[in-house]
Design a protein around this ligand. Structure first.
Ligand SMILES: [Zn+2]
Ligand SMILES: [Zn+2]
Length: 292
Protein backbone atom coordinates (compact mmCIF):
# COMPACT_ATOMS: atom_id res chain seq x y z
CA UNK A 1 0.00 0.00 0.00
CA UNK A 2 1.26 3.44 -0.84
CA UNK A 3 2.02 5.83 2.01
CA UNK A 4 -0.93 8.12 2.64
CA UNK A 5 -0.04 11.43 1.12
CA UNK A 6 -1.71 14.77 1.54
CA UNK A 7 -2.61 16.98 -1.36
CA UNK A 8 -1.41 19.90 0.68
CA UNK A 9 0.96 20.80 3.51
CA UNK A 10 0.16 23.96 5.43
CA UNK A 11 3.01 24.03 7.94
CA UNK A 12 6.53 24.33 6.57
CA UNK A 13 9.73 26.01 7.76
CA UNK A 14 12.58 27.21 5.55
CA UNK A 15 16.04 28.67 6.12
CA UNK A 16 14.27 32.00 6.83
CA UNK A 17 13.68 30.53 10.30
CA UNK A 18 14.90 27.13 11.52
CA UNK A 19 14.44 24.94 8.45
CA UNK A 20 17.33 23.55 6.43
CA UNK A 21 15.92 24.07 2.93
CA UNK A 22 15.66 27.45 1.23
CA UNK A 23 12.16 28.57 0.19
CA UNK A 24 12.96 27.67 -3.44
CA UNK A 25 14.20 24.22 -2.44
CA UNK A 26 11.06 23.57 -0.38
CA UNK A 27 8.84 24.53 -3.32
CA UNK A 28 10.87 22.36 -5.71
CA UNK A 29 10.66 19.44 -3.29
CA UNK A 30 6.89 19.87 -2.84
CA UNK A 31 6.44 19.97 -6.60
CA UNK A 32 8.49 16.80 -6.97
CA UNK A 33 6.33 15.09 -4.36
CA UNK A 34 3.19 16.03 -6.25
CA UNK A 35 1.60 18.34 -3.69
CA UNK A 36 -1.09 20.73 -4.92
CA UNK A 37 -0.52 23.52 -2.42
CA UNK A 38 1.87 24.39 0.41
CA UNK A 39 2.11 27.16 2.96
CA UNK A 40 5.43 28.61 4.06
CA UNK A 41 5.10 29.37 7.76
CA UNK A 42 8.40 30.48 9.25
CA UNK A 43 8.71 31.51 12.91
CA UNK A 44 8.03 35.22 13.35
CA UNK A 45 9.32 36.13 9.91
CA UNK A 46 8.05 36.56 6.35
CA UNK A 47 11.58 36.68 4.88
CA UNK A 48 11.04 33.49 2.90
CA UNK A 49 7.68 34.37 1.36
CA UNK A 50 8.70 36.39 -1.71
CA UNK A 51 11.17 33.74 -2.87
CA UNK A 52 8.66 30.94 -2.21
CA UNK A 53 5.89 32.69 -4.16
CA UNK A 54 8.23 33.35 -7.06
CA UNK A 55 9.40 29.75 -7.26
CA UNK A 56 5.79 28.57 -6.91
CA UNK A 57 4.60 30.57 -9.87
CA UNK A 58 7.62 29.43 -11.87
CA UNK A 59 6.89 25.76 -11.21
CA UNK A 60 3.10 26.03 -11.16
CA UNK A 61 2.68 25.12 -7.49
CA UNK A 62 0.26 27.03 -5.28
CA UNK A 63 2.21 28.66 -2.44
CA UNK A 64 0.25 30.25 0.39
CA UNK A 65 2.04 33.10 2.17
CA UNK A 66 2.09 32.32 5.87
CA UNK A 67 3.77 32.94 9.19
CA UNK A 68 3.93 31.17 12.56
CA UNK A 69 3.77 33.58 15.48
CA UNK A 70 4.97 32.66 18.99
CA UNK A 71 2.32 33.74 21.43
CA UNK A 72 2.39 34.27 25.17
CA UNK A 73 0.78 31.35 26.97
CA UNK A 74 2.24 30.60 30.41
CA UNK A 75 1.10 26.98 30.73
CA UNK A 76 2.56 25.72 27.49
CA UNK A 77 3.62 26.73 24.00
CA UNK A 78 1.13 28.59 21.85
CA UNK A 79 1.81 29.19 18.18
CA UNK A 80 -0.61 30.88 15.81
CA UNK A 81 -0.41 30.33 12.09
CA UNK A 82 -1.38 33.15 9.75
CA UNK A 83 -2.39 32.22 6.20
CA UNK A 84 -2.86 34.49 3.20
CA UNK A 85 -1.14 37.34 4.96
CA UNK A 86 -0.01 40.28 2.86
CA UNK A 87 3.71 39.95 3.51
CA UNK A 88 4.23 43.60 2.59
CA UNK A 89 1.73 44.88 5.17
CA UNK A 90 3.36 47.72 7.15
CA UNK A 91 1.93 46.88 10.54
CA UNK A 92 2.85 43.20 10.22
CA UNK A 93 6.41 44.12 9.23
CA UNK A 94 6.68 46.56 12.15
CA UNK A 95 5.54 43.92 14.62
CA UNK A 96 7.93 41.33 13.22
CA UNK A 97 10.79 43.83 13.46
CA UNK A 98 9.98 44.25 17.15
CA UNK A 99 10.23 40.46 17.57
CA UNK A 100 13.53 40.24 15.67
CA UNK A 101 15.03 43.12 17.64
CA UNK A 102 13.95 41.49 20.90
CA UNK A 103 15.63 38.28 19.74
CA UNK A 104 18.95 40.06 19.20
CA UNK A 105 18.69 41.74 22.62
CA UNK A 106 17.80 38.45 24.22
CA UNK A 107 20.93 36.83 22.78
CA UNK A 108 23.06 39.66 24.16
CA UNK A 109 21.50 39.25 27.61
CA UNK A 110 22.12 35.48 27.55
CA UNK A 111 25.80 36.05 26.70
CA UNK A 112 26.06 38.50 29.62
CA UNK A 113 24.47 36.02 31.99
CA UNK A 114 26.78 33.21 30.84
CA UNK A 115 29.83 35.48 31.24
CA UNK A 116 28.69 36.42 34.74
CA UNK A 117 28.60 32.69 35.52
CA UNK A 118 32.29 32.58 34.66
CA UNK A 119 31.87 31.07 31.22
CA UNK A 120 34.32 32.42 28.66
CA UNK A 121 32.09 32.98 25.68
CA UNK A 122 31.53 35.76 23.15
CA UNK A 123 28.54 36.41 20.92
CA UNK A 124 30.81 35.95 17.88
CA UNK A 125 31.34 32.34 18.96
CA UNK A 126 27.66 31.51 18.68
CA UNK A 127 27.41 29.90 15.29
CA UNK A 128 24.75 31.51 13.21
CA UNK A 129 21.95 29.40 11.82
CA UNK A 130 22.34 28.44 8.15
CA UNK A 131 21.86 31.27 5.66
CA UNK A 132 20.19 34.14 7.44
CA UNK A 133 18.22 31.97 9.82
CA UNK A 134 17.51 33.00 13.39
CA UNK A 135 20.06 32.44 16.13
CA UNK A 136 18.61 31.13 19.35
CA UNK A 137 19.15 28.89 22.35
CA UNK A 138 20.04 25.73 20.36
CA UNK A 139 23.04 27.59 18.93
CA UNK A 140 24.07 28.70 22.41
CA UNK A 141 23.77 25.11 23.59
CA UNK A 142 25.93 23.92 20.73
CA UNK A 143 28.62 26.48 21.58
CA UNK A 144 28.58 25.46 25.25
CA UNK A 145 29.10 21.82 24.25
CA UNK A 146 31.90 22.75 21.83
CA UNK A 147 33.67 24.73 24.55
CA UNK A 148 33.35 21.92 27.05
CA UNK A 149 30.91 23.63 29.41
CA UNK A 150 28.19 21.04 28.80
CA UNK A 151 28.19 17.33 27.97
CA UNK A 152 25.54 17.65 25.29
CA UNK A 153 22.72 19.92 24.11
CA UNK A 154 20.30 18.63 26.74
CA UNK A 155 22.88 19.18 29.47
CA UNK A 156 23.40 22.77 28.29
CA UNK A 157 19.66 23.37 28.52
CA UNK A 158 19.38 21.64 31.91
CA UNK A 159 22.26 23.55 33.47
CA UNK A 160 22.09 26.97 31.84
CA UNK A 161 19.60 27.72 29.10
CA UNK A 162 16.36 26.00 30.08
CA UNK A 163 13.38 27.98 31.37
CA UNK A 164 14.29 29.21 34.85
CA UNK A 165 17.96 28.30 34.32
CA UNK A 166 20.77 30.73 35.33
CA UNK A 167 21.33 31.99 31.77
CA UNK A 168 17.68 31.96 30.72
CA UNK A 169 16.14 35.16 29.39
CA UNK A 170 12.42 35.42 28.77
CA UNK A 171 11.43 35.68 25.13
CA UNK A 172 9.29 38.47 23.74
CA UNK A 173 5.88 37.22 22.70
CA UNK A 174 2.63 38.65 21.38
CA UNK A 175 -0.53 38.24 23.38
CA UNK A 176 -2.94 35.87 21.61
CA UNK A 177 -5.36 38.73 20.87
CA UNK A 178 -2.56 40.89 19.43
CA UNK A 179 -1.30 38.07 17.20
CA UNK A 180 -4.76 37.33 15.82
CA UNK A 181 -5.35 41.01 15.18
CA UNK A 182 -1.99 41.45 13.39
CA UNK A 183 -2.81 38.49 11.14
CA UNK A 184 -6.30 39.81 10.36
CA UNK A 185 -5.07 43.33 9.66
CA UNK A 186 -2.59 41.87 7.17
CA UNK A 187 -5.57 40.27 5.40
CA UNK A 188 -4.91 36.78 6.72
CA UNK A 189 -6.72 34.08 8.64
CA UNK A 190 -5.53 32.89 12.05
CA UNK A 191 -5.17 29.22 12.94
CA UNK A 192 -4.17 27.67 16.27
CA UNK A 193 -1.09 25.51 15.59
CA UNK A 194 -0.56 22.04 17.11
CA UNK A 195 -2.97 22.45 20.09
CA UNK A 196 -1.28 19.65 22.04
CA UNK A 197 1.64 21.95 22.92
CA UNK A 198 -0.71 24.08 25.02
CA UNK A 199 -0.33 21.31 27.63
CA UNK A 200 -3.99 21.41 28.59
CA UNK A 201 -4.36 17.95 30.04
CA UNK A 202 -8.07 18.37 30.75
CA UNK A 203 -10.06 18.56 27.54
CA UNK A 204 -12.37 21.09 29.15
CA UNK A 205 -9.45 23.44 29.76
CA UNK A 206 -8.42 23.25 26.13
CA UNK A 207 -12.00 23.97 25.11
CA UNK A 208 -11.98 27.07 27.31
CA UNK A 209 -8.78 28.29 25.62
CA UNK A 210 -10.32 27.74 22.19
CA UNK A 211 -13.49 29.61 23.20
CA UNK A 212 -11.41 32.62 24.29
CA UNK A 213 -9.38 32.55 21.05
CA UNK A 214 -12.57 32.23 19.03
CA UNK A 215 -13.89 35.37 20.70
CA UNK A 216 -10.72 37.12 19.54
CA UNK A 217 -11.39 35.97 15.99
CA UNK A 218 -9.64 32.60 15.60
CA UNK A 219 -10.47 31.08 12.20
CA UNK A 220 -9.11 27.56 12.35
CA UNK A 221 -7.44 24.77 14.30
CA UNK A 222 -4.50 22.66 13.12
CA UNK A 223 -6.00 19.24 13.60
CA UNK A 224 -3.84 16.99 11.45
CA UNK A 225 -0.32 17.14 12.82
CA UNK A 226 2.33 14.40 13.18
CA UNK A 227 2.39 14.49 16.99
CA UNK A 228 -1.37 14.29 17.51
CA UNK A 229 -2.85 11.04 18.76
CA UNK A 230 -6.06 9.66 17.32
CA UNK A 231 -7.94 10.82 20.41
CA UNK A 232 -6.52 14.33 20.18
CA UNK A 233 -7.36 14.58 16.49
CA UNK A 234 -10.94 13.54 17.25
CA UNK A 235 -11.28 16.14 19.98
CA UNK A 236 -9.89 18.91 17.75
CA UNK A 237 -12.39 17.89 15.07
CA UNK A 238 -15.16 18.22 17.63
CA UNK A 239 -13.90 21.68 18.66
CA UNK A 240 -13.70 22.77 15.03
CA UNK A 241 -17.24 21.70 14.39
CA UNK A 242 -18.64 23.15 17.59
CA UNK A 243 -16.97 26.55 17.17
CA UNK A 244 -17.04 26.88 13.40
CA UNK A 245 -13.28 26.60 12.85
CA UNK A 246 -11.55 25.48 9.67
CA UNK A 247 -9.79 22.11 10.14
CA UNK A 248 -6.23 22.42 8.83
CA UNK A 249 -3.17 20.19 8.80
CA UNK A 250 0.55 20.35 8.26
CA UNK A 251 3.73 18.40 8.84
CA UNK A 252 5.85 21.15 10.47
CA UNK A 253 8.52 20.15 7.97
CA UNK A 254 11.98 21.52 8.81
CA UNK A 255 14.00 19.90 6.05
CA UNK A 256 15.31 16.46 5.26
CA UNK A 257 18.14 16.37 7.78
CA UNK A 258 16.23 17.71 10.75
CA UNK A 259 13.41 16.03 12.68
CA UNK A 260 11.47 13.22 11.14
CA UNK A 261 8.42 14.94 9.74
CA UNK A 262 8.17 14.35 6.03
CA UNK A 263 6.71 16.96 3.72
CA UNK A 264 3.06 16.21 2.98
CA UNK A 265 3.18 13.03 5.05
CA UNK A 266 4.08 13.85 8.64
CA UNK A 267 4.89 10.48 10.14
CA UNK A 268 3.18 8.81 7.22
CA UNK A 269 -0.43 9.26 8.23
CA UNK A 270 -1.24 12.80 7.21
CA UNK A 271 -4.02 13.07 4.72
CA UNK A 272 -5.30 16.55 4.02
CA UNK A 273 -7.27 17.32 0.90
CA UNK A 274 -7.28 20.47 -1.16
CA UNK A 275 -10.72 21.34 0.32
CA UNK A 276 -8.92 22.86 3.30
CA UNK A 277 -7.34 25.46 1.02
CA UNK A 278 -10.77 26.31 -0.43
CA UNK A 279 -12.17 26.75 3.07
CA UNK A 280 -9.31 29.01 4.13
CA UNK A 281 -9.83 31.09 1.01
CA UNK A 282 -13.52 31.56 1.64
CA UNK A 283 -12.82 32.42 5.27
CA UNK A 284 -10.35 35.06 4.13
CA UNK A 285 -12.87 36.49 1.66
CA UNK A 286 -15.52 36.74 4.36
CA UNK A 287 -13.02 38.54 6.60
CA UNK A 288 -11.93 40.95 3.86
CA UNK A 289 -15.56 41.83 3.11
CA UNK A 290 -16.08 42.45 6.82
CA UNK A 291 -13.11 44.81 6.89
CA UNK A 292 -14.04 46.84 3.84
ZN1 LIG B 1 4.94 25.61 16.17
ZN1 LIG C 1 6.21 25.19 13.00
Amino acid sequence: MATPMSEIDLHIHTTASDGTMSPSEVVQYAKKKGLRAIAITDHDTIEGIAEGLQEGSKLGLEVIPGVELSVDFPKGTMHLLGYYIDHTNGELLDKLTVVQRARVERNLKMIEKLQRLGIKIELSEIKKAPEDGQTGRPHFAYALVQKGYAKNIQDAFDRYLGKGGPAYVEKFRFSPAEAISVIHKAGGVAVLAHPFTLNQIQLQDLETVVVVLKEKGLDGIETYYPEHSEGQTKFYLYLAQRYGLVVTGGSDFHGLNKDKEELGEGYGDMNCTYNVVEELKSRRETRCRGLS
